[in-house]
Design a protein around this ligand. Sequence first.
Ligand SMILES: [Zn+2]
Length: 182
Amino acid sequence: MAFEELLNDPVIQKYLHELVGPTGMPVAAAPPDGEVTDEELAEELGLELNDVRRALFILYENDLASYRRLRDEDSGWLTYLWTFEYESIPEQLESEMRRLLEALEQRRRYENENEFYLCGQCQIRFEFGEAMEFGFECPQCGSQLETMDNDRLIDAMEMRIEELGDELNVDTEPDIDGAIDA
Ligand SMILES: [Zn+2]
């Protein structure tokens, strides 16, 4: 098996599992050295050919596998020879975490900079401006909108931001209280 060291990492296992799902996991978790056909994999792993192909295609779409086609001179049949390419997984994971971190920081800023109102009946949240437009009444049910505290949401995001920052070894933006344009 190739990439054994990478595949021992539970984070990488989880990443692959999210991509290919439980059915595709036997394919993704045991990449052979060198080239392999979908039929060989199906036989080796005791899986349906379609499931193997689906997993391979997902890996291909995510730049984790490549193939080359061979045509049999006599029968004209095409054979696909697959190569697993997991070298870039750590890099891919890191850029995914970076994207997530940026999105979280942006979201935290939005949560900090806005005031929110809630309809307790419908559990719908409104920004201050929207709530004002509706005269602080829920457009769905007519209930009075109430101010909503989002501190706990912000705290949770804060924790996740710090965790991601630690994992990525980067300094995260300090908490911004109130409306400050960066
Ligand atoms: Zn309502």
